[in-house]
Design a protein around this ligand. Structure first.
Ligand code: SF4
Ligand code: SF4
Length: 388
């Protein structure tokens, strides 16, 4: 009779490869998680992440067992990251600076985790003998928070992220799917209780109900995934958040004890902690590529990031940004031109009204992008209204 596989031996391998958490489950989702996903997609809460709603992909997300022939086990893995090194107030008060989600302060965790997962997979082969296996990091078809919950790694908080009793929610998740049969762990118990801190603090009211985040309202989605003009009504609520948002995690009582940890590969880069908005806004394509090499912040591209920076400048109340915003009315990217126009109208101190109106009027005549043109029009209208 073959010996049962030692989970402790596997956990040890995971820790050796740089993971902090390792748990096991069957590749099956609960009916609750499936229903949650269906409802989220049918209400259009995935925004422009169209791949989430494609029928085939949606079905695959609901059936992790379809991701690998002969799959028996999902190994859910977690890696801690450094918590934000400032409080909610300190982050928001840093008006000339932009707030970046803590997980993105260092190198791109996807790359780091993928390397570790592959090394872990090789170690597993040696331990268990060859099995078919696949690794995933933040991959659309994998409902990773649901699998992590079933594996007991942590429960899904009301903000939908995974919370571990000991380590809180500053975690990055990855999965290894394998044909090896390993005894599942007990699912995680729910420990949010009656707390609603994350729901109450969300600047854009994106947590529309416990466990339901409407991506179309979520600053993480808007600043990273969304490629278009950000809805005007949401811009003032974004404050100085230029890449992601940690608010719902910062207020979570389970993160109170989150410790600052020493990390090798994911060490925060000083320049990514509350960087100056003006410095970022001056980046050209080459400068952007260089500044964010190997960083997740390159994801929205220069146009997306500078769009977010323009909004933060508009929300800063700081007139010193006006010259850079006027210069940006001539940028090659319509997204940047349009948001710069909005920011100018929002900042517009009385003594600079004439100068700003003139710049907007001049550039609006040469604007050939429809959406940017609309932004110029609205900005001029706003300044005009404040005259009367
Ligand atoms: S990340 Fe920010 S915007 Fe999104 S749900 Fe959390 S607090 Fe709200
Ligand atoms: S803030 Fe409260 S409700 Fe939200 S995830 Fe944390 S414990 Fe749960």
């Amino acid at each position: 009779m073959s010996q049962p596989i030692s989970k402790e031996a596997i956990r040890k391998l995971a820790l050796t490869q740089g993971f902090d958490l390792c748990a096991f489950t069957k590749p099956i989702l609960s009916s609750e998680h499936r229903a949650q996903l269906d409802a989220w997609v049918s209400h259009g809460m995935h925004g422009e992440m169209g791949y989430m709603a494609e029928e085939v992909r949606l079905e695959r997300r609901k059936e992790p067992e379809s991701m690998l022939e002969g799959i028996q086990t999902v190994i859910a893995l977690g890696m801690k990251h450094v918590p934000p090194p400032y409080s909610l107030e300190e982050g928001e008060d840093a008006k000339g600076s932009g707030a970046i989600a803590a997980y993105a302060h260092g190198d791109d965790y996807h790359d780091v985790m993928k390397k570790r997962l592959k090394a872990f997979a090789r170690d597993l082969d040696t331990l268990l003998g060859p099995h078919d296996q696949r690794v995933y990091v933040d991959t659309a078809p994998v409902l990773e928070h649901a699998l992590a919950e079933r594996a007991g790694l942590g429960w899904q908080g009301k903000h939908t992220l995974t919370i571990n009793r000991e380590h809180g929610s500053y975690l990055m998740l990855g999965e290894l799917f394998t044909t090896a049969e390993i005894e599942p762990d007990e699912p995680a118990e729910f420990h949010c209780g009656s707390c609603t801190a994350c729901i109450d603090i969300c600047p854009t009211r994106a947590i529309v109900a416990p466990f339901v985040v409407d991506a179309r309202l979520c600053i993480s989605y808007l600043t990273i995934e969304y490629r278009g003009f950000i809805p005007i009504g949401l811009r003032p609520m974004m404050g100085n958040r230029i890449y992601g948002c940690d608010d719902c995690q910062i207020v979570c009582p389970w993160n109170r004890k989150a410790e600052v940890i020493e990390l090798d590969h994911l060490k925060p880069r000083d320049g990514n902690i509350l960087p100056e908005l003006a410095e970022l806004f001056e980046l050209d394509d080459e400068g952007f590529r260089e500044r964010f090499r190997k960083s997740p912040i390159k994801r929205p591209g220069r146009a997306g990031l500078l769009r977010n920076v323009a909004i933060a400048m508009g929300n800063s109340g700081r007139g010193e940004h006006i010259p850079l915003l006027i210069k940006a009315l001539n940028d090659s990217e319509p997204l940047i031109r349009g948001h710069a126009a909005w920011a100018l109208a929002r900042l517009c101190p009385d003594r600079q009204k004439g100068e700003i109106r003139e710049a907007l009027a001049y550039h609006s005549q040469h604007e050939n992008d429809e959406e940017a043109g609309r932004e110029f029009h609205l900005a001029l209208k706003k300044i005009g209204e404040s005259d009367s």
